[in-house]
Design a protein around this ligand. Sequence first.
Ligand code: ZN
Length: 401
Amino acid sequence: MTPESTTFDGMWSAIEPIGREPSTGGYRRYAWTQADATLREWFAGEAAARGLDLVTDRAGNQWAWWGDPDAAVAAGRPGVVIGSHLDSVPDGGAFDGPLGVVSALAVVDALKAKGFTPSRPVAVAHFIDEEGARFGIACAGSRLITGRLDADKARGLRDADGVTMAEAMASAGHAVEQVGPDDETLRRVGTYVELHIEQGRALFDLDRPVAVGSVIRPHGRWRIDLDGEANHAGTTRLEDRRDPMLLLASTVLAARAAASAHGSVATVGKVRVEPNGVNAIPSQVTAWLDARGPGESEVRAVVDWVGRESGGLVVEESWTPETVFDVPLAKRLCAVLDDAPLLATGAGHDAGVLATAGISTGMLFVRNPTGVSHSPAEFAERADCHRGVQALAAVTEELAR
Ligand SMILES: [Zn+2]
């Protein structure tokens, strides 16, 4: 065992029970809840144990600095930041997010153990509310500090119980009035590298433990309103029905066919049925389509196809164009990592948000043998986690030397 794998294992065990739902084995680590507060306290403790200076930014993201970030800004060599998030989707897995934070802390241990002294400050970042599970907006922490999410809009977002983000922040002790763009935080970040479990099984097929991220594919969410007429399930003749559930069936099948034809993926994962009674023909069905593909034209073609087949009203709720990570940085990371493969991803990340704010940004992916993610079955071999730490340590040393 190397020192960094020992500290990785210790930290992994320490956070394993936090926010875990016994009935499913999945995690429910939502922003500004008790589980979140426990994870924030844990992170602060790990920073203190390493002598790192903890800074909480205006959105509530935590930054643990090794070295003086402001002196580095003044000298024109801002810091090297590594990290990820600790929150989860409903009944999420253990790795999506925490793998990057725990690995980054273990990297500090690895570099200190070998006597490395960075010439640029290094920080471990813990981004809040990446999954958006509670308030519906993904990457809220990074979007707030970059101004990609309006502060007033964020403060007014409500969770399923009607609690606003402002109320949730206040009850967790965060200064709600401070929330907003945070240039002081961003200018300290010269480079950001996020290590993340792979959300697919490309590395398993390539027989490689670690990849470097190339792009985040364009993706979006659309709402499709399908109208019908409520009526009695037993007495209404088939030819007299206006049943929007049939339109939903066409919509779902069209999404699959269109995605397949355009080399994309499309999912109808959420539907709302009115009045949702077993013996009632629905009056209305609302479906949400998530579509992602290699380019904007493919994704738009999928959405157009689905719109035609559904016969419903299609409303775009969000759109994120392709995000390309810093190409020279990606090449440098591949070279440091023994010609690691380059991998595109269909998932959004805080690294993608920072990239759109003009920060040099990269990602590392760690092999996921089943490819399953956002599920309690999400998994990485411990040996691969340790290889991920070693890769991130090599990258951090290269960038901060
Ligand atoms: Zn994630």
